[in-house]
Write a new protein. Structure first.
Length: 65
């Protein structure tokens, strides 16, 4: 497993407000991304999007096995 370090400054704005994040790991970045997806698409929309992502990568992993 690779060790990844992230140096990012994320600022998100929408009509109801704004937020800023500085993730330091891929896990923190993923949590921020999911949080923003839910705020933008709602819970159901975010779940559908994530299901598409997991489906894509599960097929890719199976193809490389």
């Amino acid at each position: 497993m690779a060790i990844v370090s992230i140096d990012a400054d994320i600022k998100a704005k929408w009509p109801q407000g704004h937020c800023a994040h500085s993730p330091g790991s891929p896990e923190e970045l993923a949590i921020i991304a999911v949080d923003l997806l839910v705020k933008e698409l709602g819970t159901s929309g975010a779940q559908n999007f994530m299901n598409q992502v997991f489906l894509r990568y599960s097929i890719e992993v199976l193809d490389n096995a």
